[in-house]
Each structure stands twice: as structure tokens, then as C-alpha cells.
Design a binder for this molecule. Structure first.
Ligand code: PLP
Length: 400
């Protein structure tokens, strides 16, 4: 297997019905059977090239899953109608009533709320830990634990999960390591490093055009097939299915992911270094000042940099708010949640993407009210962008 995810993706070729350079979109919810035996067979096992019903799998969703599996280096994948659809079905396939999850506490607010508020209604409880403290992770695992869950680069403090070491812990205890790699596709080969299962919000860098929500679960074929099982598969039975037309457009956008990731990373590295030089407190894994810089350096695919996410401390909520409004007016980017767009996006995590996390827990994890998270865009003149950002920082009193 080539160790460059972009080469593996490039080698994944599918033609359309007439030799089209893009695969044809199947515009159907259901498919005909040529015999009764075939129908019976398809309800009991998966047969390559045969489809029974689009909630189970459609040709276009199959192509997208194979392209994502090629990037991640997994045997297979499932695509879903959102990142949350991917995370919830994946976890519900692995856990049932009475089971427990040990999860990083610095995760996307929606995932946090799912684990903290929703899963307990189903009898699934979660222990939240500081994922950078491996002893703390170990201490929370007991005979009920089924999963260790984390984000490779966490939301929003950009802490790094040591995937290799976490996998060793998971193996020792006979449980699974599930990693959300949404912040670092191609940058961090999460599966190769040891994740048993990798989940993505495709909404972000992978699709890159901010025109849809979608998600994916990548992993071994047996697990992925179990999610689609007609009798007890969480994806099949809960049904967060991705529409084939949307799948087709994501597949086309995927073809430029390697170029976009390089540019997001290059721009983020430049802005992070310059802001740090200017005296701003910056969290960026590519900076030597990041507490886990050496760890992430040992995990990345160097060609793709350290990804496009930067968090800064703008001192207090009011200054952070003024800065974001000023930057939006100066056309640095948009004051909006989400990430992975051509345009820079910025938001204050404490009152947006992490607002589901109670204030006292935010404090305990070091999330101060003045944090501003940036998803750096694909700006062609990043020096010009820097000048606009510095201008706003002066205007709101963050810099002299
Ligand atoms: N995982 C991470 C790291 C995210 O940032 C998000 C959304 O912001 C999600 C998962 C959920 O994805 P979606 O919005 O596609 O459901």
C-alpha cells in the first residue's frame, strides 16, 4: 500500500455508465432482483456490485466509502448524513445498555452532549478524562468499558491524542479505540497509527465547500458490514443515510483534498507563528511552543503540515467578540462555526461549538472565555490576511 493517502485516492478510479470520468449517480431508492434466490442471498449477505435498498447502500455511496477507505487505509467505510450520524451509529454499534465509554473531555460539544446527556437515557455512561494523561485513561477503564473515544486534534484546545499509546491501552483491555479525525484528514493517518475505527464529519475539510453536512465511519470490513446488517446494524436501522447526489458532489470535492490540506496548513503555520511573534497566546500544534509539538510531529504525514486549525486567547469574551466582528468587516473571513472552508472561519468556542459543555467543566479543561478558534482558509496572499488580522487586534486593544 502506498503510504501517501493522496496517491491511494488517485488510484481509486471509477467510471460512469458510458465511460464517464465521474461515476454515474444512481437515481433510485430501490433495485431490481433477477431471481428470488438473489433477493434471499442479498438479505443475508453482502454481494459485491449488488444493491438491495438505498438505506443499506447505494452505488454512489459505495464509491464514496471506497474513496474514503483509500484515504484512511481501512478495508471499508460507511457514509452518513452527518458527522453526528456517523459518531452516534458507530458508538451504538459498539455499546449497549450497561456499557461504558472513556472519552476525552475536550471533544466537539455535540459529541460531548451525546455522551453526557443522551446516551445515559439508553444506559450507556461515559467517563470524561484528560486524554493527554494516559494513567487517567487507564484508571477509568473497568469491565463495563467498551470504547476509548477521542479526537486526534481536540476541539477547541488543539490537544493531541497519542493514538499509538491509546491503542496499546485498548488492546490490553480488549476494547476499541475510536478516533474522530475531522480536524486532520490526510495530515494524521489515524488508522495506521492504531485507531480501530476512525470517524469523520465530512462537512468540514473533506468536503471543503460548506454546502452540506455528512459523515463517515472507516474501519475493518467486518465492523463496517455489521453497521449495515439488516437485523441489528445501527446504520441500517437508525437510517441516517446520505443522499446519492450529495455523495457524488463530496466525491468530486475529495479529489482536491490533498492540495487544500497543504494550503490550509501552510496558511495556519504562517499566521500562528506571526501572531505568536506579535505576543498573542497561540495554540497551534505546528509551533514548538505547543506542549505536544513533538508528539504530533511523530504522528503527521509531513507533506500535509499540521492542519488548518488555530486557537488564540483574546483575553476576555468582550475583546474576542469585538475582534471577530472587526475581522469579518475587514474581510479576513466569516464569523461562523464550522471549519475546513476556502474562507477563514472564526468563532468563540465557549459560547458556540463547546457551549454544551458546562462552564465549570470548560474552566477545568482550560477553556477560557476569550478563546477564538480559527479555521484558516485558502488565502492566496496570507501576508495581506496577517496585516488585516493585526490591524483588528490593534483596533480592539489586543495589541499596541
Ligand atoms: N466532530 C467534530 C470534531 C466536529 O467539529 C463536528 C462538528 O462541528 C462534528 C464531529 C459533527 O459533525 P456534523 O456537524 O457533520 O454532524
Amino acid at each position: 500500500m502506498n503510504n501517501d493517502p493522496a496517491v491511494r485516492l488517485q488510484d481509486y478510479q471509477v467510471f460512469g455508465e458510458f465511460g464517464d470520468v465521474n461515476p454515474s449517480i444512481s437515481d433510485a431508492a430501490t433495485y431490481t432482483f433477477l431471481s428470488v434466490e438473489k433477493m434471499q442471498q442479498l438479505f443475508s449477505e453482502e454481494v459485491e456490485g449488488c444493491f438491495l435498498y438505498s438505506r443499506h447502500m447505494s452505488p454512489m455511496n459505495h464509491y464514496l466509502t471506497q474513496a474514503l477507505a483509500a484515504i484512511e487505509g481501512t478495508e471499508d467505510a460507511n457514509v452518513m448524513a452527518s458527522g453526528m450520524g456517523a459518531i452516534s451509529t458507530c458508538l451504538l454499534q459498539l455499546c449497549g445498555c450497561g456499557d461504558e465509554i472513556v472519552s476525552s473531555r475536550t471533544i466537539y460539544g455535540g459529541t460531548y452532549a451525546l455522551f453526557k446527556n443522551f446516551f445515559p437515557k439508553l444506559g450507556i455512561n461515559t467517563h470524561f478524562v484528560n486524554i493527554t494523561k494516559l494513567d487517567e485513561v487507564k484508571s477509568k477503564i473497568n469491565e463495563k468499558t467498551k470504547v476509548i473515544y477521542c479526537e486526534t486534534i481536540s476541539n477547541p484546545l488543539l490537544e493531541i491524542a497519542d493514538i499509538r499509546e491509546l491503542r496499546k491501552i485498548a488492546d490490553e483491555r480488549g476494547i476499541k479505540l475510536v478516533v474522530d479525525n475531522t480536524f486532520s484528514p490526510m495530515v494524521v493517518p489515524a488508522y495506521e497509527l492504531g485507531a480501530n475505527i476512525v470517524v469523520y464529519s465530512l462537512t468540514k475539510f473533506i468536503n471543503g465547500t460548506n454546502d452540506c453536512v455528512a459523515g463517515a465511519v472507516c474501519g475493518p470490513h467486518d465492523f463496517i458490514a455489521s453497521m449495515r446488517n439488516v437485523n441489528d446494524g445501527a446504520a441500517m436501522l437508525l437510517g441516517p443515510v446520505l443522499d446519492s447526489f450529495r455523495s457524488a458532489s463530496i466525491l468530486k470535492n475529495l479529489r482536491t483534498l490533498h492540495i487544500r490540506m497543504k494550503k490550509h496548513s501552510e496558511n495556519a503555520m504562517f499566521i500562528a507563528s506571526e501572531l505568536e511573534k506579535a505576543g498573542i497566546k497561540v495554540f497551534y500544534p505546528g509551533l514548538p511552543s505547543h506542549p505536544q509539538h513533538e508528539l504530533i510531529k511523530s504522528m503527521i504525514n509531513p507533506k500535509y503540515g499540521y492542519s488548518g486549525m488555530i486557537t488564540i486567547d483574546a483575553k476576555d469574551a468582550e475583546t474576542a467578540g469585538n475582534l471577530m466582528i472587526c475581522m469579518q468587516e475587514a474581510k479576513v473571513g466569516y464569523f461562523a462555526v464550522s471549519l475546513g472552508f476556502y474562507k477563514t472561519l472564526f468563532s468563540s468556542p465557549g459560547s458556540s461549538t463547546s457551549s454544551e459543555i458546562p462552564k465549570e467543566e470548560q474552566e477545568a479543561m482550560g477553556m477560557t472565555p476569550g478563546l477564538v478558534r480559527f479555521s484558516m482558509g485558502l488565502d492566496n496572499d496570507i501576508q495581506d490576511t496577517l496585516e488585516r488580522i493585526l490591524g483588528c487586534m490593534k483596533k480592539v486593544g489586543l495589541l499596541k
